[in-house]
Design a protein around this ligand. Structure first.
Ligand SMILES: [Zn+2]
Length: 439
């Protein structure tokens, strides 16, 4: 029996714009007093009209371009209908069949290409707070997050292991942070992960696919890895016990319990038709001109993989380049590039010193580099020979020492320093001189 997991990922990223997606309320909702950042638009009051946030659209295009997507000349917003207390309007403005960006890819380090199906724009929902008031369990709703711009990045089911999924997620995270559209802080819920998983099983009977499962709202890479691993095992077991295969109607949604380390059934998955998508009548379709796309493309900084390879070209080891890029050590990267023009500086050594915490790039880099890379003579037998030679060639100074003029030790140390071009430790030389003079 051969088992091949098919893993896709939906990643939601909250954009860091000043205002929300379709109104002027502040988008930064974290830690604000509940329901203080709302207006008729993001509360979904009748008659309120949404106006798209240009900056958010640009951020969405940036993400699409960074993921090698085509930017669709014609795009539009759609209404996705569902009922939930945190969804003020009873629908979410999203993009259905004409997203801003589609058909991109991301390369893993192995060279494997992970397809990106689409990158689309939508708005966030409010937040429910389950609490106890006067001894009664109640649920409160905070609409500060309602209408905050979101981008959803949907991959193809091209990943075959939890390790590949983790690498993909880390790369997406780095790209988002590098292009500056969001801090993608997982603890603040700025990046939320939804793996979609099923398993291809090949046995004597042929090729079988287990039913698709989508795992909702995971907020850490490690939980995503654990949930994927659990789900692969569970699906293989379920197939062995029941023989149930994937069909058009048996996709389900599961949650992940990070304490028990298990996934659990939440609901049978809604199909697109259940959402009754239709074009958002209050926002005209978008025509995105090539000039505009090129302008955005020019604004993109070097992406993490490009930055790593530019450091590698200077001679920096890949593992060090990856650390510098993933920790966004911009100063260090700049310094390595600057100093690479200096023949005396080896970029590989410089990068390694920085990564290992031996050189602080915010201080005088050159002085630190010189003192750290100076090749000192530390071999004691070599130093002993040097000192002995100086003693042998200066019998009159030795005689003075024997008469009690102990300060002539300084003379021998000075001579030895000269001989070693200042690279030996004066402390070791002083010990050797005293020892040899008294022997
Ligand atoms: Zn508002």
């Amino acid at each position: 029996m051969k088992i091949t997991p098919l893993i896709g990922l939906e990643v939601h990223v909250e954009l860091e714009t000043k205002s929300k997606m379709f109104c002027g309320c502040p988008a930064d909702h974290f830690g604000k007093a509940p329901n203080t950042q709302t207006c008729p638009v993001c509360l979904g009051l009748p008659g309120a009209l949404p106006v798209p946030n240009k900056k958010a659209v640009e951020s969405c295009l940036k993400i699409g371009l960074a993921l090698n997507c085509s930017i669709n000349r014609l795009s539009k917003f759609d209404r996705k209908q569902y009922f939930y207390p945190d969804l003020a309007k009873g629908y979410q403005i999203s993009q259905y069949d004409q997203p801003f960006c589609s058909e991109g890819f991301l390369n893993l380090d192995s060279g494997k290409k992970i397809g990106i199906e689409r990158v689309h724009q939508e708005e966030d929902t409010g937040k429910l707070q389950h609490t106890v008031l006067n001894g009664k369990k109640i649920t409160l709703v905070d609409f500060n997050r309602s209408g905050v711009p979101l981008v959803e990045i949907v991959s193809k089911p091209d990943m075959a292991s939890s390790a590949e999924a983790k690498e993909y997620l880390k790369k997406i995270h780095e790209i988002i942070r590098t292009i500056g559209v969001s801090s993608a802080d997982m603890e603040k819920g700025q990046m939320r992960l939804e793996p979609t998983i099923n398993v291809c099983i090949e046995n004597e009977g042929g090729i079988h696919y287990t039913p698709l499962v989508e795992i909702k709202n995971i907020n850490s890479f490690n939980f995503a890895v654990q949930a994927i691993e659990f789900e692969i095992k569970r699906q293989v077991e379920e197939y062995e016990n029941t023989g149930t295969e994937k069909s058009l109607t048996n996709k389900t949604t599961r949650g992940y319990d990070s304490v028990k380390k298990v996934t659990f059934l939440q609901r049978t998955k809604e199909e697109a038709k259940d959402y009754r998508y239709f074009p958002e009548p209050d926002i005209p379709p978008f025509i995105i001109e090539d000039d505009f796309v090129e302008k955005i493309r020019k604004e993109l900084p070097l992406l993490p993989d490009q930055e790593i390879s530019s450091l590698e070209k200077l001679g920096v080891e890949k593992k060090d380049a990856k650390v510098l890029v993933s920790t966004q050590n911009r100063l260090a990267i700049q310094i390595i590039h600057d100093y690479s023009r200096d023949d005396r500086v080896d970029p590989r050594k410089l990068a390694s010193l920085i990564v290992n915490g031996k050189l602080d790039p915010s201080k005088d880099t050159k002085a630190q580099y010189d003192s750290l890379t100076k090749v000192g003579i530390t071999d004691k037998s070599v130093l002993t020979a040097i000192v002995q030679k100086i003693i042998d060639t200066n019998p009159n100074v030795v005689a003075e020492y024997k008469k009690g003029k102990t300060n002539v030790v300084g003379f021998f140390i000075g001579q030895a320093m000269k001989e070693t071009k200042g690279t030996a430790s004066p402390l070791i030389l002083s010990e050797l001189v005293t020892k040899l003079l008294n022997s």
